[in-house]
Design a protein around this ligand. Structure first.
Ligand code: SAM
Length: 276
């Protein structure tokens, strides 16, 4: 095991959701980097893992990364875990892994729970093509701006949301995506109050407002693709009009216009325009 960095997924609620390999590796490494050592101690006690834990979180990641890399280079095996689920997925670790890879350190993933994938797999919403965006901005103006850029994507979109903002976010989604867009609200996955609802945005607002307890907990939101657009038709229209528009104006202006005409995403149209 010497000289390696292990990226280990841990439970997102139910302590039984951890692989045998994760437990075995956590028992055998020289050091475990954890977001909140007190939180991870509960997991360690449950599985009788005695390896030393040290804090590694968004506030000390940059400062600690070099020291950790030197320890791995000197032959130590180190594991990274987060409070829940898969490290680096809306969690710290990117800086460390990217530095480790640059100098050829062996980075070994030990896969397991992830809230976004658990929610998607049980959402009943198209899973063949999706984008994951993590947390939406806390400020409403920025949140609306970001949601607008996702309005006409031809794929499922996944967000994380906190109890503080779940109602405000669902209301903003209704403003941007329209009342009938289907969204899966997956709450408290793997825990006692697990709830997975696939409904339109009006019905989800009703659910959240009907009881204050419905807004408590951890949430994943899975937004279905825009079904008002026939994407095959819109894409073939784009193929016809984009070269004509690009002959008359720059790619940026042409793609904005093409997006308005076809209903397709502006960035998608721009990518097509610059690759003509
Ligand atoms: N790394 C984690 C993963 O692999 O899913 C995500 C960490 S992120 C800081 C925490 C967010 O993930 C929560 O605010 C919530 O949106 C989502 N999440 C985590 N656990 C969850 C659960 N049991 N049920 C629903 N959402 C959860």
């Amino acid at each position: 095991m010497s000289g390696s960095l292990y990226i280990i997924a841990t439970p997102i609620g139910n302590l039984s959701d951890i692989t045998l390999r994760a437990i075995e590796t956590l028992k055998n490494v020289d050091l475990v980097l954890a977001e909140d050592t007190r939180h991870s101690k509960k997991l360690f006690d449950h599985y009788e893992i005695k390896s030393p834990l040290t804090a590694f979180h968004e506030h000390n990641e940059n400062e600690k990364a070099n020291g950790i890399i030197s320890e791995i280079n000197s032959g130590k095996s180190i594991a990274l875990i987060s409070d829940a689920g898969t490290p680096l997925i809306s969690d710290p670790g990117y800086q460390l892994v990217s530095e480790a890879k640059k100098i050829g350190i062996n980075v070994i993933p030990i896969p397991g729970p992830n809230a976004a994938i658990a929610a998607l797999s049980s959402s009943g919403i198209a899973s063949s093509s999706f984008s994951f965006f993590g947390f939406l901005p806390a400020k409403q103006a920025s949140r609306l701006k970001l949601l607008k850029t996702k309005r006409s994507l031809d794929e499922t979109i996944i967000f994380y949301e906190s109890p503080k903002r779940i109602l405000a976010t669902i209301k903003d989604m209704m403003d941007v995506f329209g009342e009938t867009r289907r969204v899966c609200l997956a709450k408290e996955l793997t825990k006692s109050f697990e709830t997975i609802l696939n409904d339109n945005l009006i019905a989800l607002i009703d659910y959240l407002e009907s009881d204050p307890s419905h807004q408590k907990g951890e949430f994943v939101l899975i937004v279905s693709p825009d079904d008002k657009i026939d994407f095959d038709e819109a894409k073939s229209e784009l193929e016809k009009i984009l070269p004509i528009l690009c002959d008359e104006m720059g790619a940026s202006k042409a793609s904005k216009l093409a997006s308005k005409i076809t209903g397709l995403d502006k960035k998608y149209c721009y990518k097509k325009a610059i690759n003509l």
